[in-house]
Write a protein that binds this ligand. Structure first.
Ligand SMILES: NC(=O)C1=CN([C@@H]2O[C@H](COP(=O)(O)OP(=O)(O)OC[C@H]3O[C@@H](n4cnc5c(N)ncnc54)[C@H](OP(=O)(O)O)[C@@H]3O)[C@@H](O)[C@H]2O)C=CC1
Ligand SMILES: O=C(O)CCC(=O)C(=O)O
Length: 420
């Protein structure tokens, strides 16, 4: 999905930034600074495998911009990770943090590895090796990684432990997305999916759509997709389709999402195939063309492209994944009148609650689940309203408006700091 040539995500990220800079009329220095990450580190991680052999994995940490605050962004373990993908993801993080107005810049990490091919022990040694390798450039006030595709709270806990062993400093806030029992925040695990759902609900309200019985399809059933689906169901919608790499499950009366979450946990590689509560199983890619009102891409990049965007029948697309839509895909969906809630807004709940986790870590204090979700919702609804107002004022789509708002914040900080 994240190929280097066709639909290169970094080229797309640069185009998105450039087109919003042009709309804003920023001085050319702004794009000149924002077009590339400030630093990209490539690391080589030797891992002792269970059979006694040594296998070397390649990893990256890209630090895009820290004008507003420390670099922030997840770490992806996936076989298709590459340098340009990590650079794009770090660029998107800068502007995502700007959208919700949290005091961070953008960073992102990745390791070329298929987690499903690794035993738990190999996964732990890889996570620790990566944390050791990037330790010189991260820190609680410098760069704060978190989970992304293929990583989770346990991986973050290993990394915090390894960071302490490597540096001699106990800084639990150097990674976020940790388990609640080890310096994590309540409501972080749910945060990204919850945000994708509440942004869809907010958009539905704008379009006068009632959520009761509304048809929803979700692509990807990992951390983001599963909670997005669960919250949509709780809000009264019917989640009629869910996909992962194995298939798309369909049930026109609505899938029981909690049962599906339980089922996939116990299934090989956490897959959804074989779920008894589905009416039928169809091709995994068919999910995007189904007759639904709301579509939630929660997997990887380049889902809605010049070749596929035309299949979309939904009225609202809430982007849980980073970079699911290419600029051509955006144009096609916009021409069809589809309201696309851009990734840097729709999935900003994860980093927002990571920020709350970090604040709690620095204070050595804990908030309740309800407090965290309430703060998240207030922050994301405000971002939605601000972006909506800009979209109306400049007659642009929500993605361009989101970039315009965020670029202005980052550019103001760079100006005040004397970067241009
Ligand atoms: N975790 C977070 O807090 C945040 C994540 N995001 C973004 O959300 C997206 C998902 O991340 P997350 O849920 O954490 O990752 P996970 O690893 O938990 O889940 C990814 C899911 O995507 C599925 N998937 C992969 N390829 C395909 C495909 N071709 N078709 C259908 N499904 C597919 C996977 O299936 P399988 O398991 O079968 O391989 C899995 O269900 C990513 O783009 C990520 O960057 C954005 C903000 C925050
Ligand atoms: O929680 C975080 O810090 C970052 C999450 C992330 O990687 C993302 O929003 O893409």
């Amino acid at each position: 999905m994240a190929e280097k040539g066709v639909n290169n995500p970094f080229v797309i990220a640069q185009q998105q930034v450039k087109s919003a800079c042009d709309k804003l009329g920023t001085p050319q220095e702004v794009y000149e600074i924002l077009k590339n990450p400030i630093r990209v580190l490539e690391v080589s991680i030797p891992v002792k495998m269970d059979d006694g052999s040594i296998k070397t994995f390649v990893g990256y940490r890209s630090q895009h911009n820290d004008a507003v605050g420390p670099f922030k962004g997840g770490v992806r373990f996936h076989q298709d990770v590459n340098e340009d993908e990590v650079k794009a993801l770090s660029t998107w993080m800068t502007f995502k943090c700007g959208v919700v107005g949290i005091p961070y810049g953008g960073g992102k990490g990745g390791v070329i590895a298929d987690p499903f091919e690794l035993s738990e022990g190999e996964m732990e040694r890889l996570a620790r090796g990566y944390a050791r390798a990037i330790a010189p450039i991260i820190g609680e006030k410098i760069d704060i990684p978190a989970p992304d595709v293929g990583t989770n709270g346990q991986v973050m806990a290993w990394m915090v432990d390894e960071y302490e062993k490597t540096t001699g400093r106990f800084e639990p806030g150097v990674f976020t997305g940790k388990p609640v029992t080890y310096y994590g925040s309540l409501a972080r695990t749910e945060a990204t999916g919850f945000g994708v759902a509440i942004m869809a609900r907010y958009a539905a309200k704008k379009l006068d759509l009632n959520l009761d019985g509304i048809r929803v399809a979700v692509q990807g059933f990992g951390n983001v997709g599963s909670y997005a689906a669960m919250y949509m169901e709780e809000m009264g919608a019917k989640v009629v389709a869910v996909s992962d790499v194995s298939c798309t499950l369909v049930n026109n009366n609505g899938l029981n999402i909690k049962e599906l979450m339980e089922y996939s946990k116990g299934n090989k590689n956490k897959m959804i195939t074989g779920f008894p509560g589905a009416e039928e199983e169809i091709d995994r890619n068919a999910v995007i063309g189904l007759e639904v009102d709301i579509l939630m891409p929660c997997a990887l990049e380049n889902v809605f492209t010049s070749e596929t965007a035309d299949q979309v029948k939904a009225k609202i697309v809430s982007e849980g994944a980073n970079g699911p839509t290419t600029p051509e895909g955006d144009k096609i969906m916009s021409d069809k009148g589809i309201l696309v809630i851009p990734d840097i807004l729709a999935n900003a709940g994860g980093v927002t609650v990571s920020y709350f986790e970090w604040v709690q870590n620095l204070m050595r204090y804990n908030w309740t689940f309800e407090e965290v979700q309430e703060k998240q919702e207030t922050s994301m609804n405000k971002a939605f309203d601000d972006i909506w107002a800009l979209k109306e004022e400049h007659n642009v789509d929500m993605r361009t408006a989101a970039y315009m708002m965020s670029i202005k914040r980052v550019a103001d900080a760079m100006k005040l700091r004397g970067w241009y």
